[in-house]
Design a protein. Structure first.
Lengths: 482, 205
């Protein structure tokens, strides 16, 4: 498969193909992939060596266990062993095996306009076509829809900026979903594919992109299979067939400029901004990067209209949010709630009135922070939920019920950020492992200053947010880390 | 919009780093070559620009109006980054390297970085396979200048930064010594290195 006239973009697909064929990534396969892609071997080797999915793992997939936070809380071994893997995004069913598995309908606990079962028509798309690109863009603007990947940037503004460049543009759907504890995009792609396809078709109609890429998590085989089936079954709805590219793993891949580098056959590390992707993104084209949940929301916006869309949520953040709820609750799973509900509301529906011992929550995973139950009155809105780090982010909530949970979770998040640092910039690469060691050993002198350096000086958002779990845990429960 | 740096009005051309250096302020910039695009990896050119902390190499000067290079917080942050950088280096003096090899040592001195704050993490790979230069990991700060010089300036692409996180290492080819890669011994990587990690043969003992 050659991606347009950019042979370098064959690198990642070629590495995937070789890995699937051989079960490991052989040196000869990297040499061949580099040759096919016209990339110097050293640069291809950078990519291959930076993708955790491609590493030789002698443990058969069936014997691996998930070592994500919710699975550790449910009894999986906390210490990394050769058999432990990163989060497998089935935290609603923990502990789970260390390989991908299907997203079952039972995991959808609360459904609203996004997760409502697919309907067999294209009402939203027909409305977009009838309106034409200009009026459709105005409708996106009027709806107040914000991106659901975690940054909540207004979708209409992003699209307008890209279109204002008046050059051929690229549309990239971010379905990497590599944050531990988050499984909403897999839920949409596997259980509500038609809603996603309708949203994608609307975006393609408005933006008229020269190239459309759906970038899916490399380990999420079930989601990729369902997406391929949906793209095939509903091809009539789409102006052209998008390219589907699978990633090679790593938390940083979800960062949008890293994802663009990966598509271009470059090492998956963040780019400098400016230029922003809407100015110069994929192959230098103005590029719109939107999350799967954002795309699915477009279907809702065009079916319901801006006024109805704004009737749910808040004036500044209309609509619903998908929350991936796991940990010490009776009903873990996917919850679609109006933007602006409180953590207490979420706990109530996920755990029932007898709220048991729940003592805290991790909101926003390794890029978020912890909150004690005394703070559960806070509303889930864009931005920080607390100055020490907790965020709504992409909607991952892990509930915790004891001091040992909190300590274990804080150490797990600190270790995750240290292990997943891509290594490009000094503060994150050198700082996160040192911060993790200081927290684990209780040598806290200088830790606050170090966290300030990591947060203020790191290149990308993931480095800048990495201090959150440590800072918030130390703020609320200093006694647990002395 | 006029650009004011440390209270002095300046010409707002190029990047903020260009503008700062043009005023004669010797801001550290360990991963930025004069003749190559910004990498943004070392984070040592931090300044306060209109109240925000930014890496000066990656911001157009024309987009900013007021810059402070010596405000208390930004000096503290720059020092913090340099201390983490020093924590990578078993050898910090940079003598007998290439033409830029004193840059890191000078930055530590300029911002009064406490170079012994962190224990030095153990990295000891040595590549002596090339007759003209050698690579010493214990002096490498992973800034990426050598890789950019090799690939973007010389269009050779003999080396990369393979591995992620703290496992990243300057790597010829697919993990081979320099003399088994497509390296042409042009010397661009040695010329770009801001420490003595890449040093001419006959350099440090």
């Amino acid at each position: 498969m050659a991606l347009l006239s950019f042979p370098a973009s064959n690198l990642l697909p070629a590495l995937h193909q070789a890995f699937a064929r051989d079960g490991v990534l052989l040196h000869a396969a990297v040499v061949e992939a580099a040759r096919q892609s016209g990339i110097p071997l050293a640069r291809a080797w950078e990519v291959a060596a930076a993708c955790p999915d491609f590493q030789l793992n002698p443990i058969p997939p069936a014997d691996r266990v998930c070592a994500g936070l919710s699975c550790i809380l449910a009894g999986a071994p906390a210490d990394p062993s050769p058999a432990s893997t990163g989060c497998q995004a089935r935290c609603y069913d923990s502990p789970v095996a260390g390989h991908d598995g299907p997203f079952h309908e039972f995991a959808i606990r609360e459904q609203g306009q996004v997760l409502f079962p697919d309907v067999p028509d294209w009402e939203g798309l027909e409305r977009a076509r009838a309106l034409g690109p200009e009026s459709a863009l105005a409708l996106v603007d009027d709806s107040g829809l914000r991106g659901r990947g975690g940054a909540y940037f207004p979708v209409g503004r992003k699209w307008t900026s890209a279109l204002a460049q008046r050059r051929p543009l690229a549309l990239v759907v971010n379905a990497e979903e590599g944050e531990p504890g988050v499984f909403k995009d897999r839920g949409i792609l596997e259980r509500r594919p038609r809603r996603f396809i309708e949203g994608l078709a609307i975006a393609m109609n408005v933006l008229a992109p020269s190239v459309t890429v759906v970038f899916v998590n490399g380990a999420a085989e079930c989601a990729r299979t369902e997406l391929a089936a949906a793209l095939d079954a509903f091809r009539v709805a789409l102006p052209s067939q998008p390219l589907v590219i699978a990633g090679g793993g790593g938390y940083v891949l979800g960062e949008e400029t890293t994802l663009l580098n990966a598509i271009e056959g470059r090492k998956p590390v963040p780019r400098l901004r400016p230029p922003y992707p809407v100015e110069s993104g994929l192959w230098g084209m103005p590029t719109v990067v939107n999350n799967v949940e954002t795309i699915a929301n477009l279907s809702v916006v065009f079916r319901e209209g801006a006024t109805a869309f704004r009737a749910i949520g808040t004036a500044d953040a209309p609509g619903t949010k998908l929350l991936s709820v796991s940990g010490r609750v009776q009903r873990p799973g996917l919850y679609e709630v109006p933007m602006g509900v409180t953590l207490a509301d979420v706990l109530q529906v996920a755990h029932g009135p007898a709220s048991g011992n729940v003592a805290a929550v991790l909101a926003g995973g390794p890029s978020g922070g912890f909150l004690p139950i005394s703070e559960f009155g806070v509303r889930l809105l864009p931005g920080l939920l607390h100055a020490t780090g907790a965020v709504t982010g992409s909607g991952g909530l892990v509930f915790l019920d004891s001091a040992s949970d909190i300590r274990q979770a804080a150490l797990a998040m600190a270790a995750f950020n240290a292990a997943e640092s891509c290594g490009k910039c000094t503060p994150c690469r050198e700082g996160t492992p040192r911060a993790c060691d200081m927290l684990a050993t209780g040598q806290l002198a200088g830790l606050n200053e170090l966290l300030d350096v990591i947060g203020a000086a790191s290149l990308c958002g993931l480095g800048q947010m990495a201090p959150g779990p440590i800072r918030s845990a130390l703020h609320f429960w200093p006694e647990l880390f002395r | 919009m006029t650009l004011v740096i440390n209270g002095r009005e300046c010409a707002a051309g190029g990047s903020l780093l260009d503008a700062v250096l043009a005023t004669g302020i010797d801001l550290p910039h360990l991963c930025k070559d004069d003749n190559l695009p910004a990498i943004g990896a070392c984070r040592t050119c931090l300044v306060e620009a209109d109240g925000r902390i930014v890496a000066a190499c990656s911001v157009p000067a024309a987009s900013v109006s007021r810059v402070e290079t010596e405000a208390q917080r930004v000096v503290q942050l720059r020092r913090g980054v340099l201390e983490l950088t020093a924590g990578m280096l078993a050898r910090r003096d940079g003598t007998a390297g290439g033409p830029c090899s004193r840059a890191a040592a000078e930055a530590f001195a300029r911002d009064a970085a406490d170079v012994s704050r962190y224990h030095v993490r153990n990295r000891d790979h040595v590549d002596n396979s090339n007759a003209f230069f050698s690579f010493h990991e214990d002096a490498c700060i992973l800034c990426g200048r050598c890789v950019v010089a090799c690939h973007d300036l010389q269009h050779i692409g003999a080396i990369g930064l393979a591995g992620h996180g703290t496992k990243a290492r300057v790597t010829p080819g697919a993990g081979v010594p320099f003399n088994q890669s497509i390296c042409t011994s042009c010397g661009s990587c040695v010329a770009a290195c801001p420490t003595s990690a890449l040093r001419p043969a006959g350099g440090l003992p």
